[in-house]
Write a protein that binds this ligand. Structure first.
Ligand code: ES4
Ligand code: ZN
Length: 325
């Protein structure tokens, strides 16, 4: 599928969890390197675990597999592997989320995880012809106090983050829970995005916009249940970073053919296509495009529009956007 990947126009990937790029082979390699015993016997057994029924069933494996990430080198190796694969997929700019709290809770320091990822991003332009920026994502199933503490730590160490995000188990953890966190990040000059309307209701998208003041919505597919919200998102050109293969694997939609992406495009929404957790959901951004094309017969025009939306919706400088467009 990779050969087909060359995009007609430069592409930005805006919705990507770096921990979700950890491939089974690399999990086993890092486990060996760090002397970690995993609760499965090998590659085949691990691969057999990638059957999900919902977001939580995926998150359980995603967090468990992170046990192998111990050193700065581990984080850097994982990040470089993603950059190489994304560059081959036609990605020229990537905005990469990481989950610091998921590492802190395992006893891995903020310095280790941030510096490891950031060291690989620092040379992404020279190494892979890709501009990159880092987004610190906060786990919405943890407390706001925990998130505030971690944000303080990131600011204190002058972490090279451009934005914050909000991820993990959505239902029961509405955006309003993190009002102070987002206010603080805004004051610190950070850009703002949040997962909303993946499994959660359209009202969570409205809260993310009105209470958190986010500029972008990650996923957002459930906006289609609320015509007034769709009208608002269209009028305000709010970017929605859609992840089709993720939605299928987490059973948010039944099959790719049932995915609302074509309806979202037809409604005039500012959507882009992204891979979310490519090592878990069956493919990178080029695989998302090729499978969409197979199912929907996406026109070159639609592909170009999705790609242009991704650049326009990025947090890159206006100068970098102009270079890419
Ligand atoms: C995630 Cl697909 C998805 N949704 C919410 N949180 C996440 N963290 C990593 N992948
Ligand atoms: Zn996500």
């Amino acid at each position: 599928m990779q050969e087909e990947a060359a995009q007609l126009v430069p592409l930005a990937e805006l919705h990507l969890h770096i921990e979700g790029t950890l491939q089974p082979e690399l999990i086993l390699e890092l486990a060996e390197r760090n002397g970690i015993t995993l609760p499965y016997s090998g590659l085949e057994e691990l691969r057999g675990l990638y059957e999900f029924t919902d977001l939580q069933s995926f998150l359980d494996l995603y967090y468990a597999n992170m046990a192998v990430l111990q050193t700065e080198q581990d984080f850097a190796d994982m990040t470089r592997a993603y950059l190489a694969r994304a560059a081959a997929a036609g990605v020229r700019h990537a905005e990469i989320m990481m989950d610091p709290q998921a590492h802190l809770s395992r006893g891995v320091s903020l310095e280790t995880c941030v510096k490891g990822v950031a060291s690989a991003l620092a040379t992404s332009q020279e190494d892979f012809g890709m501009s990159t920026l880092l987004i610190a994502a906060f786990l919405r199933d943890q407390s706001e106090e925990s998130a505030l503490e971690v944000l303080d730590g990131l600011l204190a160490m002058n972490a090279p983050i451009a934005a914050i995000g909000l991820d993990s188990a959505e239902v029961g953890n509405p955006p309003a829970k993190f009002e102070r966190l987002f206010a603080k990040a805004r004051e610190a000059g950070l850009r703002l995005t949040a997962h909303a309307g993946e499994e959660g209701p359209p009202s969570y998208i409205i809260e993310a916009l009105d209470i958190l003041g986010v500029e972008r919505i990650d996923h957002g597919i459930r906006c289609m249940e609320d015509p007034d919200l769709v009208e608002r998102l269209v009028a305000d050109r709010i970017p929605l970073t859609v992840c089709p293969l993720s939605n299928v694997r987490l059973r948010t939609v039944d099959t790719l053919a049932d995915h609302p992406l074509p309806a979202m495009l037809a409604a005039g929404l500012n959507v882009s296509v992204n891979s979310d957790d490519p090592a878990y959901f069956g493919g990178y951004v080029d695989d998302n495009f090729s499978q969409l094309k197979a199912v929907f017969d996406l026109s070159d025009f639609d592909r170009a529009r999705l790609a242009a939306n991704s650049i326009h919706s990025s947090f890159a400088s206006e100068e970098r956007k102009a270079e890419l467009l």
